[in-house]
Design a protein around this ligand. Sequence first.
Ligand SMILES: NC(=O)c1ccc[n+]([C@@H]2O[C@H](COP(=O)([O-])OP(=O)(O)OC[C@H]3O[C@@H](n4cnc5c(N)ncnc54)[C@H](OP(=O)(O)O)[C@@H]3O)[C@@H](O)[C@H]2O)c1
Length: 251
Amino acid sequence: MQLVGKCAVVTGASSGMGHAIVERFAREGANVVAVARRKERPEELKASLADAPGKVELFAGDISSAETNNAMIDHCIEVFGGFDILVNNAGVMDDMVGVADAIDEKFDHVMKVNVFGPMCAMRKAVQTFKASGTKGSIINVASVGGMRNVAGAIYCASKAALISMTKNTSFMYWSDGIRCNGIAPGGINTEISASMGMPNMEGYGKVQKMLAMSPAPGSAEDIANTALFLASDQSSYILGDILVVDGGWIS
Ligand SMILES: NC(=O)c1ccc[n+]([C@@H]2O[C@H](COP(=O)([O-])OP(=O)(O)OC[C@H]3O[C@@H](n4cnc5c(N)ncnc54)[C@H](OP(=O)(O)O)[C@@H]3O)[C@@H](O)[C@H]2O)c1
């Protein structure tokens, strides 16, 4: 077991990758605060992990608010007595539009969830790690969209911003012993398309042509394995990196 004695906060725990990361971390011995707006599925996940070496605690909240991001980390310290690992995984898609059709409200929403929320969580995490002298690990789930722009303009910009903030956070705080890395998934089988609503057909058609060149989709467990690697001491010399997990799609 690679995470015994560690305490983690994982956002987006009610489905897809976040769900799989919570499970993987708890089975590796970590105590995990599982964050999402919906409560039912994290409750089921917690029940299914009753025999795991790590404990799971739920925290219901919207990560587009600073309050949730601060409170979820405080909650981790209150219930588990420590905080070592932050996984900023929660995210939403845009509607696949190019910039000519971009809608202001969509921009605000996607940026709040995909960039502002993780920024607030990283701020609180770094402050907490520095105050306690913890050599913590931050993992941000970005996207190949933030590198190769194969989605809508707003989504790609949000993930490019997250990649930039990941590298900057690593640069700023490596001397404090804090590691910050990212994961850039390709096409992964989850429920993310539900956050898209009705896509813009012109943009969607262009993205589909690129998706047709992608290998078969990966699984949420592929991402959970990568998050485990980045959270564990196995990756102690990896800082400010973005691990692409896409079956070879953009390479
Ligand atoms: N699937 C892919 O192909 C793919 C590819 C590249 C990158 N990604 C990225 O991978 C991450 C995980 O996505 P996924 O594919 O696992 O998607 P998913 O199955 O839709 O899960 C997204 C999670 O984020 C949570 N979430 C969304 N908005 C939230 C908010 N405002 N506050 C709190 N939680 C919120 C959702 O929970 P609630 O709705 O219960 O709040 C859900 O648990 C995202 O950052 C996504 O951009 C996905």
